[in-house]
Design a protein around this ligand. Structure first.
Ligand code: ADP
Ligand code: MG
Length: 468
């Protein structure tokens, strides 16, 4: 039962969320606040720092991988042979690199797990036992459409206000919004054409639109840079190449920011493919270019968990730090080492489905398989398709209690939190000019929910309170 004071706090927080643009559309078109938590995620400051320090080397890794075409083709082409979407993406890559400049805006997602408590079962009492011994486990690196820089910056401001009124604990400073728009402004200036614009590639029925137009508004207010929103099909229709520049509605596009183009749904017709190719063929700075987008594929994440592969891209010291954060990953057609000896990965998975997540080469949430769905899927996967699926050890994130506010309703739940670190990196001809950690995202969700994003209403945006 909530006290009157708690009820007032919840009501006031919802009103402030709406006032500050922390909004989303429901599937029926109704406007509501984006789901948010009123319980900042508590973690030791040392763990927070450790996570932040990984961003710069991970940015550098992704820039290097994105420029290594032979490496990407070697690992992705065999999958493209059975995956038309990946085949199409590979086809979009232009023969030569037309852009000297690369801007990477990525988000590296982690859970905090306690290896000693790896045998946690769903019915244990809710505790928050994060200690200095807890380990960081990478979920995945999002190199395309890393969302929430606007909404999370606004939520930080809301939680900070509530802290100043003694209603929440102190939260750790967070402002990915400024870092992202500053990086955009720097890139546009570097492009060097006056009166140029930023093209935002969008989905036609985007539910998370406020995160995008909030960022566009901030670009205008802070840097006087105009933006144009278009789908890939519209870009094909309204765009053209002029002396190598991408021109849309008569304006030169200095930078193209993808908030779409990572799912087959964004390519409903041939024109969308042509729109994507037009962008790739021009000199516009792409966030991300196709090399960067491909570097974020699950298959690439899986091969980079191998020490000998990682060694081609990073120093031994960095490799050691990265490897500590990686969960075990295999393709379904592998023979793997297990406590019961060498067995086929798919057979092992059939007997241990609850210990893994099965991932196809897709982005954007809702594509992965868990538990009994894995068991249903395995018999339907043909031998030649097995290499397209990655099985990843299930990370047992440490649970904690949290007040979740979804569509006007507050509920206290046993939750887990996924923490993303935004990374911003600018490179010219592969040489890194600017590389920084740009803040964090926390998504807190009920412990028994496998997936589910913020826009889908399952996970709540959150901030971090540090201790220790
Ligand atoms: P997508 O690219 O579709 O977002 P992710 O790999 O980020 O796919 O997975 C989506 C969600 O599934 C994550 O946000 C996380 O909640 C859950 N998830 C993914 N991998 C794991 C894992 N190894 N252990 C536990 N949960 C996971
Ligand atoms: Mg992803």
């Amino acid at each position: 039962m909530e006290t009157q004071e708690q009820k007032d706090l919840i009501k006031n927080a919802i009103e402030q969320a709406k006032l500050n643009g922390i909004l989303k559309y429901l599937p029926n078109g109704e406007l509501t606040h984006a789901p948010f938590s009123l319980s900042p995620y508590a973690m030791p400051e040392s763990v927070f720092e450790k996570m932040a320090e990984l961003t710069v080397p991970f940015n550098e890794l992704m820039i290097k991988v994105s420029r290594n075409t032979d490496f990407l083709i070697h690992h992705l082409e065999p999958i493209a042979a059975i995956d038309p979407f990946l085949k199409m993406l590979l086809k979009c890559r232009s023969k030569e690199i037309n852009q000297n400049c690369q801007l990477l805006i990525q988000r590296n997602d982690f859970f905090i797990a306690n290896v000693k408590h790896n045998d946690y079962k769903q019915n244990t009492t809710p505790t928050n036992e994060i200690t200095e011994e807890s380990v960081l486990r990478q979920v995945e690196l999002n190199t395309v459409s890393a969302s929430f820089p606007f909404l999370i910056t606004r939520l930080y401001q809301l939680h900070k206000n509530l802290f100043e009124q003694n209603k929440l604990p102190k939260v750790i400073q967070n402002n990915p919004l400024d870092a992202v728009v500053d990086a955009f402004a720097h890139s546009v200036k570097n492009y060097g054409i006056s009166d140029s614009v930023i093209l935002v590639v969008v989905q036609s029925n985007e539910k998370n639109i406020f995160d995008q137009i909030g960022l566009q508004q901030h670009l205008w207010i802070k840097h006087n840079i105009a933006t144009v929103r278009k789908t890939l099909v519209e870009i094909h229709k309204d765009g053209k190449l002029r002396q190598g520049h991408l021109v849309v509605d008569g304006k030169t596009v200095a930078l193209t920011y993808f908030r779409a183009g990572y799912t087959p749904d964004d390519f409903p017709e041939e024109q969308a493919f042509k729109g994507r190719q037009l962008i790739e063929e021009s000199s516009t700075i792409q966030v991300p270019d196709m090399g960067m987008q491909l570097s974020g594929m699950k298959k690439i994440q899986q091969v980079l968990t191998k020490k000998e592969v990682l060694a081609d891209f990073v120093t031994e010291e960095i490799s050691r730090r990265f490897l500590k954060t990686f969960a075990k990953m295999h393709t379904l057609d592998e023979i793997i080492n297990t406590p019961e000896g060498e067995v086929s990965a798919s057979e092992w998975l059939s007997n241990h489905a609850d210990d893994y997540v099965l991932k196809p080469q897709r982005e954007g949430g809702g594509n992965n398989y868990f538990g009994s769905d894995i068991l249903k899927l395995i018999p339907t996967i043909k031998k030649e398709e097995q290499k397209a699926y990655i099985m990843m050890e299930k990370i047992q994130a440490l649970p904690h209690s949290s007040i979740q506010i979804v569509n006007g309703q507050a509920e206290t739940l046993n939750c887990i939190s996924e923490i993303g670190r935004f990374g911003v990196c600018f490179a010219e001809n592969g040489e890194i000019k600017n590389n920084l950690d740009a803040g964090y995202l926390v998504r807190t969700k009920a412990r028994n929910v496998n997936e589910g994003g913020v826009s889908a209403g399952f996970a709540c945006l959150n901030t971090i309170t540090g201790f220790g």
